[in-house]
Design a protein around this ligand. Structure first.
Ligand code: URA
Length: 236
C-alpha cells in the first residue's frame, strides 16, 4: 500500500461499504496508530496501523510461492551459516511464511512457500499428493528397483514402518524418476541406500500436480497461479 484513503482501505479489508465506514468513524470504532479518527479521506501510508474495535485490519490475503532452489541453500526460515530459501524471496515480507516440504541442502528444484498453514498441511499430508523427483545414482539401477519401490522399503532406523508404495521409472542406467506419496527425512536417498545404491543428484520437479516452472532459473521464484493453489487444496 503506497497511500490509500482510509474509507477505501476499510471497505477493502472488512465487509463494510464506504457509507458504513463513515458510521464506524462517527461511532469512534476506527483508530489509526491507536488514535480515534473521524476523517474518511485520511491518506494512509504503509506504516499506518488501522484497527476496528481493536482488531488490526490487513489487506494481505494468504500468499503462495514456488521457488527453484539451488544447491547450497537451506530449506529453513533462518540459518546462521547458509542462505535460506526465504532469503531468496527478497522483496517479500517474510512474516508468517513457511516451507511446505523441505529439501536437503544439496537437493535442487521445487520448493513451495506460503503463510497458509492449512494449505501446507494438505500438501504435505502422507498419501494425499505425489512429489516427483529426478534422481541420478552412483551405480546402475537394477531392473527390479521398480518392484522394490512399489512394494515399500524398510529404511534404516525405521524397519517397522515400510515406505508407502512409490513409483520408479528408469530413464537410463543411473537415472530415474521417482514419485513419492510421503516426505520422510532424506527419503529418496534412504530408499536408494536400502537397495544398495547412492544418490548423486536429486531434483524435485513437481508437488501435488504443481510443476516447477521451467522459466525459473535456480534461485528465482514466482507467486503460484490460482489454479496451482487449487491443486494443492484438492485431493489427488
Ligand atoms: N528425499 C531426499 O533424500 N532428500 C530431499 O531433499 C528430498 C527427498
Amino acid at each position: 500500500m503506497r497511500t490509500m484513503r482510509l474509507d477505501k482501505f476499510v471497505s477493502h479489508t472488512t465487509p463494510h461499504s464506504r457509507s458504513e465506514v463513515r458510521l464506524l468513524l462517527r461511532a469512534g470504532r476506527l483508530r489509526v496508530n491507536g488514535q480515534p479518527v473521524k476523517d474518511a479521506g485520511l491518506a494512509l501510508g504503509h506504516e499506518d496501523a488501522v484497527t476496528l474495535d481493536g482488531t488490526l485490519l490487513t489487506l494481505r490475503g494468504p500468499r503462495y510461492f514456488m521457488l527453484n532452489k539451488p544447491a547450497g541453500v537451506v530449506s529453513a526460515t533462518e540459518d546462521g551459516e547458509h542462505r535460506t530459501v526465504l532469503d531468496l524471496l527478497r522483496d517479500e515480507d517474510p512474516d508468517g511464511l513457511h516451507i511446505a516440504g523441505r529439501l536437503d541442502i544439496d537437493t535442487t528444484g521445487l520448493v513451495l512457500i506460503t503463510d497458509d498453514g492449512q494449505w501446507s498441511h494438505r500438501v504435505k499430508a502422507p498419501g494425499r499428493h505425489e512429489k516427483r523427483y529426478r534422481v541420478q545414482t552412483a551405480r546402475p539401477i537394477p531392473d527390479d528397483a521398480e518392484a522394490q519401490f512399489a512394494n515399500g522399503l524398510r529404511l534404516r532406523g525405521e524397519e517397522d514402518q515400510p515406505t508407502l508404495p512409490a513409483r520408479l521409472q528408469k530413464l537410463g542406467p543411473c537415472e530415474a524418476l521417482v514419485w513419492l506419496q510421503e516426505g520422510r527425512y532424506h527419503q529418496v536417498k534412504r530408499m536408494f541406500a536400502a537397495i544398495g545404491n547412492h544418490v548423486e543428484c536429486l531434483h524435485r520437479e513437481a508437488v501435488a500436480g504443481i510443476e516447477l516452472d521451467l522459466a525459473l532459473s535456480p534461485g528465482e521464484w514466482r507467486p503460484l497461479t490460482p489454479l496451482e493453489v487449487a491443486l494443492g487444496q484438492t485431493k489427488a
